[in-house]
Design a protein around this ligand. Sequence first.
Ligand SMILES: *[C@@H]1O[C@H](CO)[C@@H](O)[C@H](O)[C@H]1NC(C)=O
Length: 663
Amino acid sequence: MNILGLLTALALATGHAAAQQDPRELLEAIYSNAKAAYAERNFVEAVKNFELLKTNIPEWKDNYFNLATAHLYGGSIGQAFEVLDEVVTKYPEDAELASKYCSIIASMLNQPNDFVYPERYKSSQAMLNVCIKAVKLAPEDAQVYITLASLLTLLKEYKAAISIFDDWLLRFGHENAEATRGAKNSLTETLVRNGDYDRAFELALEVFEQDPSPENRQKVAYVRKIGWPIDLMAWEYQKESVEQMVAGYDTSNPLICKTNKQWRVAFNYSQEATLHPDKISVSLLNPETAYKTYGNPNDPVFVGPELKIYPRMYHERWIHLVNIQDAFISGHPGIIHSDCTLYTGSHHVNTDLQSFRDKETEIREIPYRAVSIIQHQTRNYYHWMLEALPKLLLLKKHLLDLQGYEDVRIIVPEKGIAGCIDATLNMPEFDSLRHRFIPYTLPTNTRYHFPKGLHVVDWIHPLDDTHQTLHKNLWSAYWPPREIHHLVRSFFHDALKSRNRFPSLSPNNHVGEIVYVSRLNTVRGFPNEAELLEYLSQRFGERLQIHTGSEEQLEQVAIFTRARVVAGTHGAGLMNYIFAQPGAALVFVPMNPLIEFCFGHIVSAMEGTHYLLTSIPGSHYHGIYETLSKSEMIVMGNTIETALEDVLSRNEGGATELDHEEL
Ligand SMILES: *[C@@H]1O[C@H](CO)[C@@H](O)[C@H](O)[C@H]1NC(C)=O
């Protein structure tokens, strides 16, 4: 029933009441206030009004979803769940309601990057139960059925999801070509998460051939990128997809596309600065090191079969301070654009356009000069520590701390999206900047406008990549310049020193010299990790320190600062290797197929060594490793021992000769 119908019914029911004001008019007024507040993103006000409507018209089902959505966007996800639960409990036989509930949850789970985690508020099983019920109530409804499969995927129940998708295709696959392509696309995603790359590739290609849209092209790139190491096809499909997508953007908005020409994508700030010096300028921050080669042709050591594809040598990137006139940022990764040009920065063709909006959006005017450190996956520890944070450090040094730039504001991730971000930005090291922070909120709906210009720090690899490790490699976009690793290391080491917390690193101190990075209950962890840790503890005693990731930030740094060997499986925690003792070794079980070589790159940047335990079965990108056997634990223990002896023998005479600064 629509609102008017309900209001009429209500007005009739209460028609005899001696109300001062016609209740129907009153409720209509509340409803329009609610809608207006929602449109203005005043969620507190919207919630208040939808709540009033709920009290007055408790039988209006749609209003529960209005209220829940307002809670959700207002950041009160717990309350959103309360309202959703209330309505499905109240109408237990209503298939449409259950299905709506299910798709709201699926869309929550599917938010790109920096958003809430519904799992924190509600058990997966409880969420699933509602969707299972929806299917039972409406067994012939294709939409309800596929929502269940999508939700199962998001809850990591891949096998169950795949069998529902397959069944869906059998039952409904002939009905509507577009819906079927949609289902195949969703199935592709599930297959990738389940590690079925061959079938995912086949399916993505099939959909793309039927409908060569940029999104379908991107899907092919995505499957190749996750399933095949340094894959040229992935790179080419991705590049074309980005170009095609951007070229198709709407040019009718004169504010963001002044000259009303076609949109274009700019992959390289320094090239742009040459082409359009009136719009962009760059200054090189590392003239001494740019384009120099680093790496070690004899590293890594493979304990087990050698991997044929393995990058070892790299060019240092050009690091630039970039100034863009009349810029905008929007979307989750804070995509920078100006006058129908979209800048990808260092993420190059691997830019994430999922949440970019070319259409009208709310514009937030920033009437100051500003800098931004917003980027793809900011809340992931690796991306925060090695990409976003160092950009802030460089901006501080080269711009924000300089005389004449006191007015410059700083666009930072909003509070609460990640503990590591909050912890860093709360450090006294940023006391002098904090009053200039502007949080980047509601990025999917808001466009930030910088009429006074925007500065960023960014880096770019050379097209003339003689080592062929950075160019045409989708993952290398996330590998920062060598210098950046050292910058982050010094920043945190200095932080420890200034607090008198820097550990003493005498050659005879062996406590905590081996750090094992635990990944319990998560992707790419061992199901029997506890047994492994037990074994390693017995073997190495006090020399072993286990890192769980829940330690306070500087404590984490301190733990790794003592490390001579860092061990674990492929995951963001290994990034802490950059804090380890000079010349430290990294020992890890790579994923299989190994597609992201960032940790090998980190080792090269820090001039360390690494050991890849390829004899121990790794999992694919989204998978869980197999249970470790006793003999595999011994292999790991032996490798750690060898690595440690190696580091100690190379460091004979003390660490001083390797790194004066640190002592
Ligand atoms: C970016 O442009 C510079 C020239 O300004 C060039 O040297 C470099 O190779 C380019 N890199 C890429 C990836 O386009």
